[in-house]
Design a protein. Structure first.
Length: 143
């Protein structure tokens, strides 16, 4: 009996090492993918914040905003902004580069969207005499 157990132990001696060698690369790839995804999410939030800030500034001050400076300050170098007029308001789209993730599964650029209405106090003005300015972010909620 003792000889049979010794033979089994001798045959399975490297099994744990082989299983570890197979599992370790999969765990490393998963960790790298999670870290890359976290970087893209952080970059996306910064890009959205920049779009919202530009829309807020445009709604409050009109056209006296340096959009490029705001987007570079909030979203980093390489970020760009596009402001288009839409009826009584405007749309702000910021585009920010991100590092491409492993295997090309993560986006190379992320975008932030914000919308605003030009204030003026002519209709729907507030009771304290200030301009009535309305902003909406990508989800459409007023802010």
């Amino acid at each position: 009996m003792r000889g049979v157990m010794a033979a089994d132990a001798e045959e399975s001696r490297g099994a744990v090492t082989a299983e570890f060698a197979v599992a370790l690369p999969a765990v490393v790839v998963l960790v790298v993918l999670c870290l890359s995804l976290t970087g893209v999410v952080v970059r996306s939030l910064g890009c959205q914040d920049a779009a919202s800030a530009i829309a807020r500034e445009l709604a409050m001050s009109g056209s006296s905003v340096d959009e490029d400076a705001v987007v570079r300050r909030m979203a980093g170098e390489g970020a760009s902004v596009l402001v288009t007029q839409e009826g009584s308001g405007f749309a702000v789209v910021t585009t920010c580069p991100s590092l491409p993730g492993p295997l090309g599964v993560l986006p190379a650029t992320v975008k932030g969207h914000a919308y605003g209405l030009h204030g003026g106090g002519t209709t729907g003005g507030s009771s304290d005499g200030e301009d009535d300015t309305s902003l909406a972010d990508e989800s459409g909620t007023a802010g």
